[in-house]
Design a protein around this ligand. Sequence first.
Ligand SMILES: Cc1cc2nc3c(=O)[nH]c(=O)nc-3n(C[C@H](O)[C@H](O)[C@H](O)COP(=O)(O)OP(=O)(O)OC[C@H]3O[C@@H](n4cnc5c(N)ncnc54)[C@H](O)[C@@H]3O)c2cc1C
Length: 411
Amino acid sequence: MKKVAVIGGGIIGLCSAYYLAKEGYEVSVFDESDMNNGCSYGNAGMIVPSHIIPLAQPGMIAQGIKWMFDSRSPFYVKPRLSKDLINWGMQFYKHANLRHVENAMPALRDLSLLSKELYQDFAKENNSFFYEEKGLLMLYKSDKVGEEMHHEGKEAERLGLEVDYLSKSEVALLEKGTNTNVIGGVHYKSDAHLYPQKFMAFIKQELSRLKVEIHSQTSVKDFVLEGNKIEKIVTDKGLFRTDEVVLASGSWSPFLAKKLNISISILPGKGYSFTLKDKSQKPSIPSILCEGKVAVTPMANDIRFGGTMEITHTKDNKINANRLQGIINSINDFYPDMKVEMPKTEDTWFGFRPCTPSGMPIIARDKKIVNLTLATGHAMMGLSLAPATGKIITEIISGKPTSVAIDRFQI
Ligand SMILES: Cc1cc2nc3c(=O)[nH]c(=O)nc-3n(C[C@H](O)[C@H](O)[C@H](O)COP(=O)(O)OP(=O)(O)OC[C@H]3O[C@@H](n4cnc5c(N)ncnc54)[C@H](O)[C@@H]3O)c2cc1C
């Protein structure tokens, strides 16, 4: 039986391991962390076929520059003299146009819808992770943002998604959990949500049932090549022979790719979240508070708030109080009865979204190294797209036709 080494035990690595093991491969997962608090755990848990417009889009550069001068803004690029950042910025600029968005939208929709179907299958098996289909509500407070949301809604409808446009009173009828201070909302009925920590626990259990070997606290340092094939992976716990390698190490993927002379442009987009436990009064529908770009997700008895996108580096472990305050202000502004206070530092989680400059994930067979497959760069949609990515990675390695077209997901 062929051995596959999956590097990275976030949601992309674990979902890849799951479908590979089900296909009959002998799978090992390597992760340098203890695999319980990374980007795949504290995220907002939204499954978002609605998110068909990539971050690299017209208007984003101008908006981004405006936000850079506001310490509480939801988007920020930490300025520094770095070749990687300059290269990323240039590529982002190149992609921020209508043609790219037009090409990206159907590809992202198909990947997302496949992923949602796969989540439905998991939930049928054992919904220990609180998968629910309540859609996603884009709430707004200004006419200008409302117009943008309507425009995006129409684009989604054009691609076959079901969208409702709600007035202030219609929002109140749908969102019965707490009062909302908005002028309207756009409801994407296609979307779903789950409790990320509980899904990670579920998939780990599945992997154990499928006899996948998990090597946590094992850092991959390098590779032993024979010609254009990886023979062994080199870790701080020794060498492991393998037939195939899946690179799924999120924001850290460029460092490992460099060891193989492969250049991948990915920078971490740092985001924060905090979770209020057993809150009786809380929003019942997953929502984005559009002006503040805050994600709000009910998860079982809890409620999670997440936001900000700081394009930074993987050593940036500080919590920026101003940006966190920006999230709190938005919550109290949109939900006047919630009265949410600034969380303590120890209750604030952060994670690094692996962001490509095109806003597109990379799901690809490498062109030079014959037994390397890349599964990374899922930015703000990694949870949403993980099962589909895992399935496609398995199809690529097995030499089967892929369930959806992947030509838009190449490096
Ligand atoms: C605030 C916030 C909210 C979000 N909300 C959503 C949402 O609602 N919906 C959604 O779809 N997505 C959301 N995301 C994005 C989502 O969380 C990410 O896209 C996803 O977790 C990325 O998964 P990954 O497996 O690629 O990376 P990670 O989860 O970062 O996993 C990569 C793993 O690789 C390991 N690794 C790195 N280098 C090495 C090495 N050398 N050797 C061994 N192991 C290594 C790391 O330890 C890590 O565990 C959100 C993110 C944030 C920050």
